[in-house]
Design a binder for this molecule. Structure first.
Ligand SMILES: O=C[C@H](O)COP(=O)(O)O
Length: 251
């Protein structure tokens, strides 16, 4: 399982760089613009320059509306700025067809520019609270649009967690559907170390984290702490060992 950490600024990305050996992907977002809020192109570029070259940088394109053209342009902006994982939160898509239309436009915009960039279609575990597509529809949306990964995060960061909205057996079905379509499965949403056992057992490919590696567990007021990143990774490795899962080589 790969560890994706989401700093919200260049300063926090530098703290991630101090813990670079413990993480796999640095994810640029702007939490004050939403759960998958998009940051500025120059921030993506600065963070790309600040973290070791062998660590991929991911960027969120936003909690997007059902506007395929707008979202495709934003996705192109993210990949031009140096991100190689492009994450799209299908916030304004109320049907799978709308999600597919948005994601097809994103995949074309991104892959025309950089064919090895990975496109991530993200739904929301608490979709019922915001009226967007059902979490279990996301793997099919990702597969039918040519994306590389299906993801779930929580839309409303109010302390409720991934498993509060989508219990582990349903997350496991999400992972199964993603894998059946040849996709990576990524899961996030106030994930804590206590969630790593089930996430490992169900075969999650990428776990996305912010709050759990911030001072005081506070994703808003706290800053990312390199020692918490190291501790989180240590627990991931322990769970991987316990469940006989291979651990990515550290750089
Ligand atoms: O992509 C991952 C998210 O930033 C997770 O943030 P969180 O752990 O605070 O919910």
């Amino acid at each position: 399982m790969l560890l994706l950490i989401s700093p919200d600024s260049v300063e926090e990305a530098l703290d991630c760089a101090k813990a670079a050996e413990h993480l796999d992907i640095v994810d640029v977002k702007k939490p004050d613009e939403g759960s998958l809020g998009a940051n500025f192109p120059w921030v993506i570029r600065e963070i790309r320059d600040a973290v070791p070259a062998d660590k991929p940088v991911s960027a969120t394109v936003g909690d997007v509306p059902y506007k395929p053209g707008t979202v495709a342009q934003a996705a192109l902006g993210a990949v031009v700025s140096g991100a190689t994982y492009i994450k799209v939160g299908l916030y304004g898509c109320t049907t799978p067809d709308q999600g597919i239309e948005v994601m097809r436009a994103v995949v074309r915009a991104v892959k025309d520019h950089r064919s090895d960039a990975l496109v991530v279609a993200s739904g929301y575990a608490d979709a019922h609270r915001i009226g967007c597509v059902n979490p279990l529809a996301v793997p099919d949306i990702a597969a039918r649009s040519g994306a590389d990964a299906a993801m779930l995060d929580t839309a409303i960061k109010d302390g409720t967690r991934l498993f509060d909205h989508v219990p582990p057996d349903v997350c496991a079905e999400f992972v199964r559907r993603a894998h059946a379509s040849g996709l990576l499965a990524a899961l996030a949403g106030s994930v804590t170390q206590a969630d790593l056992g089930p996430l490992t057992r169900m075969g999650t490919d990428i776990v996305g984290v912010r709050g759990a590696v911030c001072e005081g567990g506070d994703r808003n007021a706290g800053r990312i702490q390199p020692h918490l990143v190291a501790a989180f990774r240590a627990e991931m490795d322990r769970q991987a060992g316990e469940h006989g899962v291979s651990v990515p080589a550290e750089n």
